[in-house]
Design a protein around this ligand. Structure first.
Ligand SMILES: [Zn+2]
Length: 287
């Protein structure tokens, strides 16, 4: 099954499985020692841990809204081996298009795409390579939304950031740019959560008093719920710490469901107090 359906107030939402990747476990857990993190997510013989490429689809009155787009079909075999990518779908496309099809939708039905940031495992599916080798936008009738600062950041890389920002994932797209907290459509909010990258955003969906928040790389897996469990990939880990602290305050007060893009098994859950820190309660596991 490549999708899991749940409701948020009056909205029907779907977790869409866009495939999997494997990243270095040490890099995924930053300063957390391996004996601690491997109890949560065991590593393979190359010290990598399995990660999902999970996207969120919202059936909104204004049309289908997709949050992040997975890794796409443009990368070669060497790239896919390094990052352990398994995301092939039917007709040369990816599992994400297959998951949409399972629900009776085609890429042309999506009206909004919101990117949390433009790293290849979040925005790679913004565009696709057709059988003739040309790159085109995957969702031709969608308005693509990203933070203005993130697009600028992606266009001006340095030695540390360049490997994550691949121009074919964002240059063919004509974006609708937002700045800071924004509500591109009713009940769907872009909430800046910097740290992983300076203009990283989460997406908060609200309906009839219920809320789900797509936290992307702020809290990539359920194992990253504790405040100091922060990725080594983050450019500004202390900023991530404060973004998590601030978001958890709201999440706890309003009983938000946090949606985990990269957790191989746990789709979502609520944060609660666990001793002095935070832990996950009511996990929603892939069906
Ligand atoms: Zn990521």
């Amino acid at each position: 099954m490549s999708h899991t359906t749940f409701r948020v107030g009056r909205l029907t939402c779907h977790a869409l499985e866009g495939g999997t990747q494997r990243l270095d476990g040490g890099a995924m857990f930053g300063v957390v020692p391996k004996p601690l993190w491997q109890r949560r997510i065991p590593a393979d013989e190359r010290n990598r841990i399995p990660l999902a490429l999970r996207c969120l689809l919202i059936e909104h009155d204004d049309g289908l809204v997709l949050v992040d787009t997975g890794l796409g079909n443009k990368e070669d075999a060497k790239f896919k081996d390094i990052y352990g990518v398994v995301n092939e779908g039917a007709d040369g496309r990816t599992c994400l298009e297959d998951a949409l099809a399972e629900l009776g939708y085609a890429p042309g039905d999506v009206r909004w795409v919101i990117n949390t940031h433009l790293h290849f495992d979040h925005a790679g599916g913004n565009t696709f390579r057709d059988p003739a080798g040309r790159v085109a936008v995957t969702f031709p009738r969608a308005r693509y939304v990203v933070q203005r600062g993130e697009l600028e950041f992606a266009r001006h890389t340095n030695e540390r950031t360049a490997a994550s920002y691949l121009p074919p994932n964002f240059e063919p797209v004509s974006f609708t740019l937002v700045t800071g907290e924004a509500e591109p459509l009713p009940g769907v909010r872009c909430v800046p959560t910097p740290g992983h990258v300076p203009f990283h955003q989460s997406v908060l969906v609200e309906s009839a008093g219920e809320r789900v928040c797509f936290v992307a790389d702020l809290v990539p897996t359920a194992a990253h719920v504790p405040l100091p469990w922060i990725m080594g990939y983050d450019l500004e880990p202390l900023v991530t710490l404060e973004s998590k602290r601030r978001l958890y305050q709201r999440a706890e007060a309003e009983a938000w469901l946090l949606f985990f893009e990269h957790d191989a098994t746990v789709i979502a859950g609520r944060v609660g107090r666990e001793g002095k820190g935070f832990g996950l309660v009511e996990p929603l596991v892939a069906g």
